[in-house]
Design a protein around this ligand. Sequence first.
Ligand code: SAH
Ligand code: F3S
Length: 451
Amino acid sequence: MPSVFIKTYGCQMNERDSEAVAAQLVAKGYTLAASEQLADVVLLNTCSVRDNAEQTALNKMSDIIGQAKKQRPDQVVGFMGCMAQSRGKELIDRLPDVDLVLGTQKFHRAAEYLDELLAGRQKSIVDTEAEQGSEGTIREHLLTGKGAKATTAFVSIMQGCNQHCTFCIVPFTRGPERSRTIPDIVSECRTLVASGVREITLLGQIVNSYGKRDIPLRDGKSAFVQLIEAVHEIEGLDRIRFTSPHPKGYGDDLVEAYARLSKLCESAHLPVQSGSNRVLKLMHRVYTRERFLEIIDKLRSATPEIGISTDIIVGFPGETEEDFDQTLSLVSEVGFDQAYIFKYSPRKDTPAAAMPEKIRQEVIEERHARLFDRINEVGRARHSAFVGRTVQILVEGPSKKNDARMTGRTRCNKIVVFDGNARHRGQLMNLKIERASNFTLYGNPAIVNLD
Ligand code: SAH
Ligand code: F3S
């Protein structure tokens, strides 16, 4: 049987889609290749959020075609995901050696199309059509990583987005919002838990919009909170997370769920994008700085330990020095545990791309550097407050930077590195924190207590 190598760019949803495609192919008998050079099939799962991400994937594909495919003319190569969706056939016009372009509603067709291509029945395939029900097709998991069972898993609860923030291409690449049913999601979660998964992260573009049109409020609780409650009932599951909610419509039922549901981890990724009301309005974010701060206050009152991360864009068209100062001050005022900074990148067909007041690249770079320093300063303070404390972590596996060490995360989503070993994988452990860097905590193995 053929072997496949999938390289993933972008967000956790892309990670999840790649996993589902890999699982689908493994179920058909494919093996997973260790590198693109060794693979019969190479798929690049792409991101379109910024131009940079697209260029990186395009360059990678040119390299693959230039090297590996020259030596192995029978190798099948393809793009899938967001850039495949937004550029479609144009990708083959540009790189004629590309065999497959698979859109975001077509991941479940990967095996079928690869069969055609590998057998030489078709020269190339482009499929970026919309498909009804495709939101329910991202459900297969690999469940083993590096020979060990998976401890954590992502579950896709919905696809698409209707928000149309003026900078964002996602509503075009992922289509309109569609939600899976609660029983369907719960059954996937149960299968995961039965195979050893202890932490599940529910994924969607705006998770708090989940099921809004299809599932009525129950006792004042939104569809999303009803879903968390249903997943919470699964025996053997220890932890639930979700990403990402939107500050718009962030209801009290969701705030209150943290205090009520013990498996729901005290952590929230709440993208703010800017601290300036003027810019938020231009971005079509439909909340104000004050409203965002109010949600943070409510969350911290309900669950004081909560770890809060965010996304921020610098250099949105028309962003003045005063606007940027508002972002800097918001970062200090909230005290984010972690913040991801994005340099504004104009995207095709988005309203912001047509806004006239573009910010010069050197100004974007300079603001990025200042914001980065502020985020590090705030993050360092939040992390060093953990030194001397004992925290619960779920051990996920070897540390990425040093596989002689193990890593896990606290309930509030802080990464902890410690000198453990493989037998700790999948366990909840209490660990005393000895040292902190800007975004990582270090636990002392001498004072490790098994739960
Ligand atoms: N709804 C998703 C957002 C997906 S895009 C979520 O909340 O997770 C992820 C992040 O990319 C956004 O939060 C935003 O900060 C950034 N982003 C989106 N479009 C961008 C653009 N045109 N330029 C720069 N950053 C962008
Ligand atoms: Fe993009 Fe805004 Fe939706 S950032 S994914 S349009 S909430």
